[in-house]
Write a protein that binds this ligand. Structure first.
Ligand code: SF4
Length: 287
């Protein structure tokens, strides 16, 4: 069996190998095959654009929350959360220092409000925990922001810092959250059905209870995407044109795609954006 860029070419009589998939890998191909190729196949990796401010906000909040749970119990205070956020804050993508500092203060407010509503003694089962599961065709893996114990069940918690309040439909439809449920069940060998999106800016939680059927639907879709990736990769290995095997799918997503500098169709599809333009509404400067 040949292994080509993570895809396997099956030979008659040989057992089928599993496609190694992460939610972000499958999502990249689903959004745009060319983006997948740039991210996972092209080496050296094509030039990427600059960092985005909204990603700096999200990364800092995630890192601060992970570190907060790693503190000894008496140290898990709102003030500590603020301090942790300030310690990991990056100015990457912001217009200037003044904008970065305003957003740092705003994110610190979300974070302190959020941890104020947590019970610091309610130890998570895991934070940024790597989990994995297999299906008939996939070896799925991913990293879960937080895994809570609620009664006899484990709950997948995903932190969100984007502009929009999350909905229960998003929790139901998220391929990543479904993959995490499968991974938690397999890795931790305990029941898990509930997924939650914790949107820090609004302090809201969107949730869904997965069933065998909803998970099977997600698995089927993920396996379909993986089959398409394997076919495209095999075509590339067979000499197909790179842009035909992994065609560009220009659209709104080109506005924030990291590979825009390397992609003429993407640049033609959308105007370039300031790296801070995906922040939610900009809070006014203090007077
Ligand atoms: S810029 Fe658009 S078309 Fe080009 S790789 Fe990114 S998402 Fe695909």
């Amino acid at each position: 069996m040949a292994d080509v860029g993570g895809a396997q070419l099956e030979m008659p009589g040989m057992p089928r190998r599993l496609f190694p998939a992460t939610p972000s890998k499958l999502a990249a191909f689903g959004d745009c095959p060319r983006r997948y190729r740039h991210a996972y196949l092209d080496r050296p990796t094509p030039a990427k654009g600059p960092a985005w401010a909204h990603n700096s906000v999200g990364s800092a909040v995630h890192a601060a929350l992970r570190s907060w749970w790693e503190l000894p119990l008496p140290g898990r205070t709102p003030a500590a959360a603020r301090q942790l956020l300030y310690g990991v804050w990056s100015t990457a993508g912001f217009r200037d220092t003044e904008q970065s500092e305003r957003w740092r203060a705003r994110a610190a407010g979300w974070l302190t409000d959020y941890v104020t509503g947590l019970d610091p003694a309610d130890e998570p089962v895991g934070t940024e925990r790597q989990v994995a599961a297999t299906t008939e065709r996939l070896a799925l893996s991913g990293r879960v922001d937080r895994i809570d114990q609620r009664g006899d069940e484990l709950v997948v918690v995903d932190y969100k810092t984007g502009r929009s309040v999350c909905t229960d439909d998003e929790a139901r439809g998220s391929p990543a959250l479904a993959a995490y449920v499968l991974g938690v069940r397999r890795t931790l060998r305990r029941p898990c059905s509930r997924v939650e999106l914790h949107h820090l800016p609004s302090g809201t939680v969107a949730a869904f209870e997965h069933t065998d059927r909803s998970l099977a639907n997600h698995v089927r879709r993920a396996e379909d995407v993986a089959a398409d990736i394997a076919a495209a990769t095999a075509a590339l290995d067979g000499g197909a044109d790179r842009d035909e095997a992994f065609p560009a799918a220009p659209g709104r997503q080109c506005g924030w795609c990291d590979f825009r500098p390397s992609c003429a169709p993407g640049r033609a599809a959308t105007a370039s954006r300031d790296t801070w333009s995906f922040l939610p509404e900009d809070p006014p400067a203090p007077t």
